[in-house]
Design a protein around this ligand. Sequence first.
Ligand SMILES: Nc1ncnc2c1ncn2[C@@H]1O[C@H](COP(=O)(O)OP(=O)(O)OP(=O)(O)O)[C@@H](O)[C@H]1O
Ligand SMILES: [Mg+2]
Length: 382
Amino acid sequence: MEIALIPDGEPAGADSVRPGSGTDYKRRLDIPSSLYSEVALYIVPRARKKEETVAQDVEVAEEPVAVVERGADADVEELEGIGRVTGQKLKERGYYTVRDLAFASVKEIADIIGNEERAAQIIEAARSMLGLSNFISALEVYRRRVNIKRISTGVRSLDELLNGGVETSAVTEVAGEFGAGKTQFCHQLAVMVQLPEDKGGLSAKAIYIDTENTFRPERIAQIARARGLDPDQALKNIYYARAYSSDHQMILAEQARRIIKQDNVKLLVVDSIVAHFRAEFPGRENLAERQQKLNKHIADLLKIADAYDVAVVVTNQVMAQPDVFFGNPLKPAGGNVLAHGATYRIWLRKSKENIRIAKIFDSPYHPEREATFKITEEGLTD
Ligand SMILES: Nc1ncnc2c1ncn2[C@@H]1O[C@H](COP(=O)(O)OP(=O)(O)OP(=O)(O)O)[C@@H](O)[C@H]1O
Ligand SMILES: [Mg+2]
């Protein structure tokens, strides 16, 4: 969907406007009314004054949307202040493009070039080259958001729940008890992402990091066939790796980043994200170390999602909370680290036979709704 700017005086593209809440501003935008609350949150308080005082800010937003793309894939050596030697050092450690630097932390870069102040300058230069450094208007934020692509789940009710599917540039966590369908959900997405856009996909490939040895190529073939894809081709389009430990899992995430840079990958699955961490760091005495490592891993995944417009989907087990007597005694593992790291969280639970119920929780903008789906031979269906 594009935002069309409508000249002043034209009929409103909107059907309802709240009195006294910046109607002039809204009237100029062909924004579906369902999204008003989100847009209004940012722009309404200043909208009345717009004509006199903030008109210039709005001009900024009328630039092409691809600001982030500008120069993003330029070689690190094209940045001012980076010579051949520094450039080589950075590349040896996996920082090839301006984009890689823009999303790096000062510590990471300082470890490579041995100077914190210079690292900060380099990162700042990279961000500024990509237009990431400055404040932008909320309208620009909105524009970038409407350009975010989604991967359809292939299930109407689930897509409705997710406002169209699983988002790129975000980390989606799928939590649930054993047999709830988390792994099936991941298999389905690994196929769906390959479909053309008019069928809900992104004509792209997937990376699948499997920590529990539950990836089943024959299941991919089944789902692919049901979606009209050649099973062999669908399997070829999935990069697969089994992670044997938490350290290995983190290395694989880094390797995934390199693949994503070179190939058309739009989905990165980690099934499951916390299993190794929980097994290797049991008990309260190891909790701090475990959470620290998990935190780093999730931060890496978030960076991949953000920097490469990839949908990252991670699964998570739920665990019993012995001290909860009222309400739901189950909660997702991983604690606050995951709760704060994941952009969207979906909870799956079993109903009778092959019926499953999905619910979104902790989302910044999805209402807490539920959707029902089935797990069948063809994969997830309505
Ligand atoms: N080919 C198939 N046809 C129909 N149903 C299937 C098929 N393969 C798996 N299922 C169903 O999927 C369910 C298992 O789901 P899944 O493995 O995704 O659970 P999970 O949430 O990943 O569990 P865990 O926490 O153990 O990893 C089972 O109920 C199984 O019956
Ligand atoms: Mg599973």
